[in-house]
Design a protein around this ligand. Structure first.
Ligand code: FES
Length: 287
């Protein structure tokens, strides 16, 4: 069976036994002995399954699971624990762990749970089309109508891009390819125009778009802390969009309101003198 697995446990003996059992079954297994190490390895992605202990010094298993859910939601998670408390297992289940292994576990149980978890990841990968493809599929008729409306007019590209962006909210590569084909233009030309004009966007926007100013005046007043707090609260990275599509998060160089630094804009509303600790209060008002 194929799959890349990261085992996180402060007891090396647990890592060794996972390797001994899982590697002969065809899995690619890596072990680390702390949550901190796990996060630095997982930042590069590429793991299908994370098997983690819950109780570890420093970043513990629960913290690691929360981090994984916001940064790598596709990886399956299995918890290994000696003394599972009702509370921690309940929270871990709410965060979507596939299963848990009580210590000590038999080789059969480990193999069984691992196979189940890897199959879950494979099923998710098949089910999930990229967001942009789903968006384009859902609106394909409107998009094609917009293209047809402008197609035979001179200089059709910009009006087509504007209309399609109005329909979709952004212009992902999938739709750029459709436009290029319909207008008989090279994809590179469509892409160049989309990249050149700042009013075209290649990334989806949430219902509310948050822009954090990282210009000098804002930066010296802890704008980077505001950004970090928003990333943590929304569980997205810069340029990302929340799963419910309520918020998207961007950074900008200057919003022209340096006297109010540090500044955050939500949609067309300017929020000045933002306190990094209280930035959550601001976004609470946007439903
Ligand atoms: S530097 Fe932030 S508004 Fe100008």
């Amino acid at each position: 069976m194929e799959g890349r697995i990261l085992v996180v446990d402060d007891e090396e003996v647990v890592i060794k036994s996972c390797e001994r059992i899982l590697q002969p079954a065809g899995y690619d297994v890596k072990g680390v002995t702390s949550g901190e190490e796990a996060i630095s390895v997982l930042k590069n992605g590429g793991f299908d399954l994370v098997i983690t202990d819950l109780k570890m010094p420093g970043v513990d298993g629960m913290e690691l699971i929360r981090w994984l859910r916001s940064h790598n939601p596709h990886a399956a998670i299995v918890v290994i624990t000696g003394y599972p408390s009702q509370e921690s297992i309940k929270e871990a289940l709410q965060l979507g762990i596939v299963d848990y292994l009580p210590k000590p576990f038999s080789p059969e149980l480990l193999l069984d749970v691992t196979e189940k978890a890897i199959n879950t990841v494979k099923a998710r990968k098949i089910e999930e089309k990229p967001l942009e493809e789903q968006d384009v599929e859902n609106k394909i008729e409107e998009i094609m109508n917009a293209i047809r409306r402008h197609k035979n007019k001179p200089g059709a590209l910009i009006p087509v891009l504007q209309s399609v962006q109005e329909i979709l909210g952004y212009l992902p590569p999938t739709v750029q390819r459709i436009i290029a084909k319909e207008l008989n233009l090279p994809v590179s030309e469509v892409h160049a125009v989309v990249s050149f004009y700042s009013f075209f966007s290649m990334k989806p926007k949430g219902k509310h778009n948050i822009r954090v100013c990282l210009g000098t005046a804002c930066y010296v007043k802890r704008a980077n802390e505001i950004l970090a707090k928003l990333k943590e609260l929304l569980r997205i990275e810069e340029g990302g969009i929340t799963e419910d599509r309520r918020f998207s998060l961007e950074t900008v160089r200057c919003l022209g309101a340096c006297g109010l630094a540090p500044v955050v804009m939500v949609d067309h509303n300017t929020h000045g003198a933002v306190d990094p600790v209280k930035v959550g209060e601001i976004i609470k008002h946007y439903e």
